[in-house]
Design a protein around this ligand. Structure first.
Ligand SMILES: Nc1ncnc2c1ncn2[C@@H]1O[C@H](COP(=O)(O)OP(=O)(O)OP(=O)(O)O)[C@@H](O)[C@H]1O
Length: 847
């Protein structure tokens, strides 16, 4: 069987030793472990059978092996398979003190010492985050088996002194021969932290219940189970897999532990499940060799729980842990022998997929509701005129549920258009609130400037004045919006100026050259206003009379329109030059040759026109014009105030970036976010300190309680008292532990929330930083082009053109602008229209 498909793999790990036994050879290359036991050795154990033992494993890890390597080799593959729907079990088996707990849970000293369980949790959460094509739910249970009885280590009301006081777990077998563990709580873990916290709480409960006599670490088994449920969107099939992570009790044989009498009996009882495990393995081996033999899983709770892990549907990994010290040599050999027997067991792992009837029913119900809603909407029955507060509340709840659900097939089903609109509004509101929170205020402003807000209040008059606080916020945004619109008006003025200039120029050309196609004055005016109004609108509805003429011209012999075309080329060149030179460049007298690249393209196009008119070029001029104006607006909007930089300053990129940053509109938001982030870090640090303090206090109290229990056990022994004596301070310490546990849990949850906030602010800052960098490049590029254009045209005096657009909404400047514009108009009709436009606009400003 290839390694890929091998259902059971056996690993061996040698624990670091103070003094390594020189009869032990660990060969990582050939995955071999050798023991040489001299016949007349002096170590006190009898060796009259064999002198040389050799064991081969799937992988051998020597004393220096790091935890990360163990995880990668032993557990990673099991995790990957579990995410695909295969069950997995990893268990550690070995003598007391050989490093089982270290391997499974980890050491307390450093983060690097994290064992298989915490690493498995991290890995699973990381991977499920990456896999966007499926919905995953991870749940945890943690059971301790002591003296063949199971106890729930995650019992929510746990404050027990003795293990036996914990909720007992009772196994039940279903008709399908599945084992159900009633009394064992299952906890959903939404994030890695939740799962790690459950591990910590379980370990704490386990430790608090220890007494010297039931020395938990040695005499009990722990099974940490991770359940993974996954479902693809719109699929009725779900996969359910489990990973059991098992820390078995010490495997040493009782005759070697030196315990006698009652204690020996007790020890035998406690360790019975390990004995039954061995028994099951022996039977499974026989079965693998063709013998028809019953496997006595039911003999113990542990074998019953692990039934699928051995001889069943599971990918199983066993880590045999051995000590490298001489006195432990025979126990190490026994561990290796057991591991070799396990290696012979055959498993048959299959993907645990099932069509879940509950999922199908749920889906059908959803479909039914959606169809009913659609039908109602089509019939128009019960359509609402307006929404009342209950409707709005229903929409709000539906949106909340939709956003909170991790189920990709979750839908919002509604049959009323107004309610659907309301849901969209709620979603937008939430989105904008989120943007505001993380600093993307531009988009957030949209909510209040968009028609949704107006429409909403029209559709839903009952909702007006419901939230005065919100109105305040709205008002402040409205004034922002007014500012923005005023600026836009100013920009439009400039655009009109450009176009008028072009029209005038064009008219001059025509008069001088007696064009064969007369361009109507009316058309020119239309062109000006339409182009101006289309510049920041959708492109599809543009009418461009000159373009229309070209279209007609293209259907007639080319020579007839030659002059018209050259006029068109000049027009194109002017538009390009002016737009690329900056919209606020008010003097358009000498525009020719400003941009060689565009002029070249014009020249090329001119050739085309001479041989046959290409009408799409005319449209492309408009598109270019529009794009250039939009781009200019974008660039101007980036800054709070125009940046008047000299050519030298523009050449110094680093300094330029710094100046840009200071004037950058979003910079303030970014700075504010940095401050928020700083505060959050500080808060997280404090919370972390509280959590750590609670943890170390718990550890101290745990130690104290264990010391007291040892003291009482010794006292009992010396008094010949077999009953367990309880130290008078124990109750007090236990309640202190409970108190600290409460503090730990509360602060842990808060810390988790703060961490999530920090992450989201950090992400947004990163995004804003990237955006600033891109905006800077755009801005610098535009500045450079503008300088270049001005240089080429000898228009250095207008170097700071930008200021006209992006300055402020100063009234006197506007009237100046108006005078300037009107002075350029040579058409009475246009002049009249513009005058009434400016008059109307002034009225608006006055209000
Ligand atoms: N690979 C290792 N590197 C460093 N320290 C280790 C390693 N393995 C075990 N130890 C240390 O040895 C001690 C005993 O290990 P551990 O508690 O894991 O043994 P165990 O097999 O789980 O014992 P028990 O059966 O009593 O639970 C611990 O202090 C542990 O930190």
């Amino acid at each position: 069987m290839s390694k890929q498909n091998k259902a059971i793999e056996i690993f061996l790990r040698v624990r670091p030793a103070k003094k390594t036994y020189n009869g032990l050879t660990v060969d990582e290359e050939s995955n071999k472990l050798e023991f040489k036991i001299p016949k007349d050795q002096q170590s006190g154990y009898i060796n009259n059978t064999k002198e040389h033992y050799e064991f081969i494993f799937d992988k051998v890890f020597d004393q220096k092996t790091k935890q990360e390597k163990i995880f990668k080799n032993v557990a990673q593959d099991v995790c990957d398979q579990a995410l695909e729907g295969f069950n997995g079990t990893i268990f550690a088996y070995g003598q007391t003190g050989s490093g089982k707990t270290f391997t499974m849970t980890g050491g307390p000293d450093s983060y690097e010492d994290r064992g298989i369980i915490p690493r498995t949790l991290s890995y699973l959460f990381q991977e499920t985050k990456k896999k966007e094509d499926a919905f995953y739910q991870i749940s945890i249970s943690y059971i301790e088996i002591y003296n063949n009885s199971g106890y729930d280590l995650l019992d929510a009301n746990h404050s027990a002194k003795k293990l036996e006081d914990l909720t007992p777990v009772i196994p039940r077998e279903t008709e399908n021969e599945e084992i159900i563990l009633s009394g064992l709580s299952i906890h959903k873990a939404q994030a890695e932290e939740d799962a790690l916290n459950l591990l910590y709480i379980g370990d704490l409960n386990r430790a608090v219940c220890e007494t010297p006599k039931n020395d938990v670490s040695t005499r009990s088994h722990c099974i940490f189970t991770i359940m993974i449920e996954s479902r693809k969107p719109n699929s009725d099939v779900k996969t359910m897999s489990r990973i059991h992570l098992v820390d078995l009790s010490g495997s040493e044989r009782i005759k070697n532990t030196g315990v006698e009498g009652k204690l020996e009996k007790e020890a035998r009882g406690i360790n019975l499940s390990l004995h039954f495990l061995e028994h099951c393995i022996v039977c499974l081996n026989k079965r693998a060799q063709g013998e028809n033999i019953h496997v006595p899983y039911r003999n113990s709770l542990m074998t019953l729980i692990l039934r699928d892990s051995l001889g069943g549907n599971c990918k199983t990994r066993m880590v045999a842990t051995v000590s490298a010290e001489e006195p432990d040599a025979l126990e190490s050999i026994a561990t290796c022998k057991f591991a070799q027997r396990v290696a012979l067991v055959k498993n048959y792992a299959v993907r645990n997929e099932s069509v879940d009837p509950a999922v199908i029913i749920e889906r059908l119900k959803r479909e039914n509701a959606a169809l009913k809603a659609e039908l109602n909407m089509l019939k128009g029955e019960n359509a609402k005129d307006k929404l009342d507060s209950d409707d709005i509340e229903t929409c709000r709840t539906k949106v909340e549920e939709f956003l909170a659900s991790r189920d990709p097939s979750h839908q919002i089903i509604l049959s009323d258009k107004l309610m659907i609109d309301e849901c969209f509004y709620q979603l937008k509101h939430k989105y904008n609130a989120l943007l505001k929170k993380v600093g993307n205020s531009d988009n957030a402003d949209e909510e209040n400037s968009s028609q949704v807000q107006q429409q909403k209040s029209q559709n839903n008059p009952t909702k007006q004045n419901q939230n005065p606080q919100k109105e305040d916020v709205d008002n402040s945004h409205l004034s922002e919006e007014i500012k923005r619109l005023k600026l836009l008006v100013l920009q439009r003025d400039n655009e009109i100026m450009i176009l008028l200039n072009l029209i005038n120029k064009n008219k001059d050309n025509k008069n001088g050259q007696q064009l064969s196609i007369p361009v109507q004055r009316e058309s020119q005016n239309e062109m000006a206003s339409e182009l101006a109004s289309s510049i920041v609108q959708e492109p599809k509805e543009i009418k461009f009379p000159q373009y229309e003429q070209l279209k007609q011209a293209s259907q007639t012999p080319a020579h007839k329109y030659q002059q018209s075309v050259s006029s068109q080329n000049e027009f194109q060149s002017q538009v390009s030059t002016q737009l690329r030179g900056g919209v606020a460049s008010m003097d358009y007298s000498s525009q020719k040759g400003a941009f060689t690249d565009l002029n070249q393209s014009s020249a090329q196009k001119s050739n085309t026109y001479q041989t046959g008119l290409d009408v799409t070029d005319a449209q492309s001029i408009v598109t270019q014009a529009r794009q250039a104006l939009i781009q200019n607006k974008e660039i101007n909007d980036m800054l709070l105030a125009p940046l008047n930089l000299t050519n030298e300053q523009l050449m110094d990129r680093a300094n330029c970036l710094e100046l840009f940053r200071r004037s950058y509109r979003r910079n303030q938001v970014m700075e504010d976010n940095k401050l928020v982030l700083k505060d959050k870090f500080e808060l997280a640090r404090k919370m972390g300190q509280i959590v750590n303090a609670a943890r170390s206090k718990i550890d101290q109290l745990k130690q104290k309680i264990q010391d007291l229990r040892k003291e009482m056990a010794l006292k009992g022994l010396s008094d010949g008292n077999e009953e367990e004596l309880v130290h008078p301070q124990e109750g007090e310490i236990l309640s202190q532990i409970e108190e600290q546990k409460k503090i730990y849990k509360e602060n842990f949850n808060q810390l988790k929330d703060i961490k999530a906030e920090i992450e989201s602010i950090q992400k947004m800052l990163e995004k804003n930083k990237d955006r600033m960098q891109k905006d800077f490049e755009k801005w610098l590029d535009a500045m450079m082009q503008q300088r270049q254009a001005l240089t080429d045209n000898g228009q250095q005096q207008n170097a700071l053109t930008q200021s006209n657009i992006s300055s402020n909404n100063n009234q006197s400047m506007m009237s100046q602008q108006m005078q300037q514009t009107l002075s350029k108009v040579r058409d009475k009709e246009v002049e009249k229209k513009l005058q009434s436009f400016y008059k109307a606009r002034d009225e608006i400003y006055k209000n």
